[in-house]
Design a protein around this ligand. Structure first.
Ligand SMILES: [Zn+2]
Length: 328
C-alpha cells in the first residue's frame, strides 16, 4: 500500500484491519484509522502496532488507570477549562493525587487543557519556555514522568475527548497543541531534560499514535523557525500541514484555527478565565496562582494517584471514566 489513499482505499484498509482483530472487542473506525495512518496504510504493520499497544495496556494495567470524570470526585492531573463534564479547576494538593505529580508540576512553566478549536478538538497549552528544565531533570525521575504522562493521556482520551465528541456530534480523537516558547533560553537545552522528553515522545509514538490535530510552536527562537524551513522539505506533507513553527508573528495563524473567545489574551485571543486562579494557564513558575504544596494526603509513589486509588480503579469502573478507548 502507498501513503496516498482515496476514501474507498481507506475503507478497504480499515475493513481488512478489523477482520484481523476478531478476537478483540470491535474498535471504532477512527481508532483503527489512527494506527493505519501511523503505519502509512500498511495493514500488517498497523495490526502489529495496535496489538503491541493492546498488550502494553494489558501488561501495565492502563485500561484500569484511574481518571477524573467529574462524577467520581478524583482530582485532575492538570488544569482544565471549558468542558461540560468537569467544572473548570486547577491541579491542587487534594487528597489522592500523588506527591510526584505535584513535584513535576512545580517545575513546569504552566499547562492547561483549554476549551476547543474550530474542529472541536481540545486545546492543550504549555508554556514550554518557562519550564525549569534542570530542576525537572534533577528532582523527578523518568518513571514518574511516564506515569504522569500516561495518567494525563488516559484522562484526555477517556474523559475530555468523550466530552468533545458529544459536543461536536462526531468522534473527536485528536488534540491541538500550543507550545509557547516565550522565556526560552539555552538553559532549556539540558541533556537529562531532553531524555525525559524522549520518554514521553516514545510512549506517544508507540501507544497513542496520530492523536495530533495541529501543533503550534509560537514565539519560537529565530533559529527554530529557520531550521524548520529547511526540515520541512524532508517531511511527509500530512505532517507538515499539522505543524506550524512561528516566531512572534503567530496571532492570525492561531485565530484561523481557534475562535478568539477560546484563545487566551496572551496568545492573541479574548479569553481570560478570570473566574479561576491563574486565569487561562496557571503557572507555578510565573507565580500567577498560589503554590501547590504536597501534604500528608499526597503519597510518595511513582504513579499519578495514591496507591489506594490505583487499587480501587482496578475493581471499580466508576474510577475509569467512560472507558471507551477506541471501542464501539
Ligand atoms: Zn481561558
Amino acid at each position: 500500500m502507498v501513503a496516498r489513499q482515496t476514501g474507498d482505499d481507506k475503507l478497504v484498509c480499515i475493513q481488512q484491519l478489523r477482520s484481523q482483530l476478531e478476537e478483540y472487542p470491535p474498535f471504532q473506525d477512527e481508532y483503527l484509522e489512527r494506527f493505519l495512518i501511523a503505519r502509512s496504510w500498511n495493514v500488517e504493520a498497523a495490526k502489529m502496532q495496535l496489538v503491541a499497544s493492546l498488550e502494553w495496556r494489558k501488561e501495565n494495567g492502563i485500561d484500569v488507570y484511574p481518571v477524573a470524570d467529574g462524577k467520581n470526585n478524583l482530582p485532575v492531573l492538570y488544569p482544565v477549562r471549558g468542558y461540560k463534564s468537569l467544572p473548570d479547576q486547577n491541579l491542587t494538593a487534594q487528597p489522592g493525587v500523588s506527591e510526584a505529580v505535584l513535584r513535576i508540576y512545580r517545575y513546569m512553566g504552566g499547562s492547561c487543557l483549554h476549551k476547543v478549536d474550530k474542529d472541536g478538538c481540545p486545546i492543550y497549552i504549555e508554556r514550554l519556555g518557562y519550564h525549569k528544565a534542570k530542576d525537572l531533570a534533577k528532582h523527578t525521575t523518568a518513571e514518574e514522568i511516564y506515569h504522569y504522562h500516561v495518567g494525563c493521556n488516559e484522562f484526555l482520551h477517556r474523559v475530555v475527548m468523550q466530552d468533545c465528541s458529544a459536543a461536536a456530534g462526531r468522534v473527536i480523537n485528536r488534540e491541538t497543541v500550543i507550545f509557547d516558547c516565550t522565556g526560552m533560553g539555552w538553559h532549556q537545552f539540558h541533556m537529562p531534560a531532553i531524555q525525559l522528553i524522549r520518554t514521553i515522545a516514545d510512549v506517544d509514538q508507540k501507544y497513542y499514535p496520530e492523536t495530533l490535530n495541529k501543533l503550534f510552536l509560537v514565539n519560537a527562537p529565530g533559529a527554530f523557525v529557520y531550521v524548520w524551513k529547511l526540515v520541512k522539505g524532508w517531511l511527509d506533507p500530512g505532517t507538515i500541514s499539522k505543524i506550524k513553527i512561528l516566531g512572534s508573528d503567530y496571532k492570525q495563524e492561531l485565530l484561523d484555527q481557534i475562535p478568539a473567545e477560546n484563545l487566551p489574551t496572551f496568545l492573541g485571543g479574548t479569553c481570560e478565565c478570570d473566574h479561576v486562579s491563574g486565569g487561562c494557564v496557571p503557572s507555578q513558575v510565573l507565580k500567577n496562582t498560589e503554590p501547590v504544596v504536597p501534604g500528608q494526603a499526597n503519597e510518595q509513589v511513582v504513579t499519578a494517584y495514591n496507591s489506594d486509588i490505583m487499587d480501587r480503579a482496578k475493581t471499580n469502573p466508576d474510577y475509569r471514566g467512560a472507558c471507551r478507548f477506541g471501542i464501539d
